[in-house]
Design a protein around this ligand. Structure first.
Ligand SMILES: O=P(O)(O)OC[C@H]1O[C@H](O)[C@H](O)[C@@H](O)[C@@H]1O
Length: 431
């Protein structure tokens, strides 16, 4: 990926970061890079995530999915980091295999999918690093029962990706299911380029080598200066803008296929950096659609936002048919791609003209290689930002509280968090 931070400079935007400040920040980037390199070299928890492209074996993943390679549909049961990476890849790329991601326990929605899908020709991809996540295990039990009721042997259609030990690992062993490990030391939100994200990609027939090569090429750019490394340029600029008041980071891909990438980014940024009263709030937007809903706020609302555009330089195009309506004639000389690009450039310029900081992340096109680069690049940007904030990027203790409370409420043990639910302060206004 390439990154253009010109519209984040103080000469353009407020908040903005001056060239001189960036140069000072670059000294901290050099120190952070040293720390990151050492963490990678020693396979330390979290830093190991940046070694994933080197450590992932595409043959092992393809062998595990071989029994379901002919599936017409794929249900991935997982949540957060065990779903969003795979969804980012498969939603971005074209495939004949329909993909469904059960990352919610809304019963009506789950049932609707199960009633609609051709269960006899559907593969099931269960993913949980811990193997204990209630939503994932509950959904898996529901899917398994539905598949059994359809007269299908679920053990022949299921692939498990999980940690070395835990209830899901036990289940995979008991039924002799094809299973893959979640690499050690790699938190879920950093695991898209391991089996966690690549099983779904393999079932859909995507090029795993290209995904990993794109990521490896991005890894090659990691260096001690933000001016030489697009990922660090993005991480450092986002951090610097947050320090100057841009506490919101709205990611706005100009490609429908990249909408899920903004969701994946939101988890990465929020769970990794949101701690110790610090962190930048990720917001999901989509170009051009959200020009007609959120742009007003981004251009004229509080000066607390960085807008991150993600664009692809080339892609499939489609001409706009001509018309004899005079006022619409200009459209007939263009393509949908021309319109998309013109709208992107106009939006970017409109934010800059209003002094609102924005950064452009450019891909050549939306394919496996470029996606691998984007996923890896944003992960590296996040790790760098975590170093600059001085937070523990790789933990998410605040998420655990609600997990314990939920478990307690369902009778899964004694948790003081569950008791706190009953203590809610009320001020009800009723009709
Ligand atoms: O992969 P799992 O162990 O099932 O975890 C799934 C997700 O749930 C947790 O609550 C964490 O906050 C996420 O970081 C994680 O990606």
């Amino acid at each position: 990926m390439n990154v253009d931070i010109g519209n984040a400079l103080a000469s353009v935007a407020s908040p903005g970061v001056s060239r001189a400040s960036l140069e000072r920040l670059d000294e901290q980037v050099a120190d952070a890079h040293e720390r990151i390199e050492a963490g990678m070299a020693n396979a330390e928890h979290g830093y190991e995530a940046l070694n994933v492209p080197d450590r992932t074996d595409p043959d092992e993943i393809r062998a595990a999915v071989e029994p379901v390679a002919d599936a017409d549909a794929l249900i991935t049961v997982g949540i957060g980091g065990s779903s969003l990476g795979a969804a980012t890849i498969t939603n971005a790329l074209d495939s004949d295999t329909e993909t469904v991601f059960l990352d919610n326990v809304d019963p009506e929605w789950v049932s609707r999918h199960l009633e609609r899908l051709p269960l006899a020709d559907t593969a099931i991809n269960v993913v949980s690093r811990s193997g204990t996540t209630a939503e994932t295990l509950a959904n898996f039990l529901v899917v398994r029962e539905a598949v059994e009721s359809a007269g299908v042997d679920w053990t022949e259609r299921t692939i498990v990706t999980t940690g070395e030990a835990g209830p899901l690992r036990d289940l995979a062993n008991r039924h002799d299911l094809p299973s893959l490990p979640v690499p050690d030391g790699v938190p879920g939100r950093f695991s898209a380029l391991s089996a966690v994200g690549l099983v779904a990609a393999a079932v859909c027939g995507h090029d795993l080598e290209a995904l990993l090569e794109g990521a490896a090429a991005e890894a090659e750019t990691l260096s001690g200066s933000l001016f030489d490394c697009p990922a660090y340029a993005y991480g450092a600029t986002s951090y610097a803008l947050d320090q100057r008041g841009a506490g919101v980071n709205a990611m706005m891909p100009y490609a429908e296929s990249l909408e899920t990438a903004a969701e994946w980014f939101a988890q990465l940024w929020a769970e990794s950096l949101g701690k110790d009263d610090l962190g930048q709030t990720p917001v999901r937007a989509l170009g051009v659609t959200d020009q007609h809903s959120q742009l007003q706020l981004y251009r004229a609302g509080p000066r607390d936002k960085l807008v991150t555009f993600v664009t692809a330089r080339e892609g499939e195009d489609r001409p706009i048919p001509g018309t004899d309506v005079d006022d619409l004639a200009y459209l007939g000389d263009a393509t949908l791609g021309d319109l998309l690009e013109a709208e992107f450039e106009a939006t970017e310029a409109s934010l800059a003209a209003a002094g609102r900081p924005n950064v452009r992340v450019e891909l050549e096109r939306v394919d496996e290689y470029e996606l691998g680069g984007l996923l890896y690049g944003m992960e590296a940007a996040c790790v760098l930002a975590g170093e600059l904030y001085g937070v523990n990027t790789f933990e998410q203790p605040a998420v655990e509280w609600a997990k314990k409370a939920t478990r307690g409420l369902l009778g899964g043990g004694e948790f003081e968090e569950a008791a706190a639910v009953a203590e809610k302060t009320e001020l009800r206004i009723e009709r």
